[in-house]
Design a protein around this ligand. Sequence first.
Ligand code: SF4
Ligand code: SF4
Length: 289
Amino acid sequence: MIISIASGKGGTGKTLVATSLALSLQQNEKSVQLLDCDVEEPDAHIFLKPSLTRKEIVSILIPQLDEGKCTYCGKCAEVCAYKAIAVFSKHVLIFPELCHGCGACSYLCPEDALSEINKEMGIVESGYSKGVEFIQGKLTVGEAMATPIIREVKKYLNQERLAIIDVAPGTSCPVMEAVKGSDFCLLVTEPTPFGLNDLALAVDTVKELNIPRGVVINRDGAGDSKVEEYCLKEGIPILLRIPLDTEIARLYSRGITLAEGMPQWQEAFLGLYEAVEQITFTQIKTDDR
Ligand code: SF4
Ligand code: SF4
């Protein structure tokens, strides 16, 4: 099973849920992997402190011009869906930061004037933490495209294991890339007007992907009841509530997971997993009818 942990906005406690869920399950004899797909700012490692034993460079192929062969016909600029090439009367400009490495320009250039060169986008690191297989992607500073790194991280998904994916905050392409293919998406929010606004956006994204979903309310008791009213209206189950609590905040600020700092919470995370399992099982049965 693949469970992605997302949130419409940053700072809602998404990583707190992902890491504690992973550790609680591992300590209860499940074989677990945690994939940190928040590649612009991966922080699950701060809590899990894994021993990283493998590192791979992720790169894409971008075009390189041979001016001597170019006739400035403009075909490459025409086929580039990302506006990464501009052709002038006697000049071609390539914008590597916009290039998605699709290869269309070099394939379709009638003069064979575009070759392809490697451009490093980031890295994928892997290892273990307390029995949990840990994989994280890191986008190189200054690079804009997170999706190639996320795709590489997701290549580590192992069907024999229960996978937890820590997704970037927001509702952009990297979020879609990380969440797609999940069996369930947990949306972590907080009971505030901002939390509700961003939760509603995240719900729309997950709905588009047709993935069963549930909500975790973090800092419960801090705001109003609008998130609950919204979930009730939308028929989204609230599967776990983590209260606003100074001890939890203190552990978080010291990079200690809830499952380790307050082991009594492991039971709650196991209950969360069982609820997710139950919903996905019911969904499969309904789909089979
Ligand atoms: S398609 Fe090839 S020949 Fe035409 S402008 Fe682009 S690089 Fe030059
Ligand atoms: S490889 Fe694709 S995205 Fe990059 S410049 Fe060529 S056509 Fe555009």
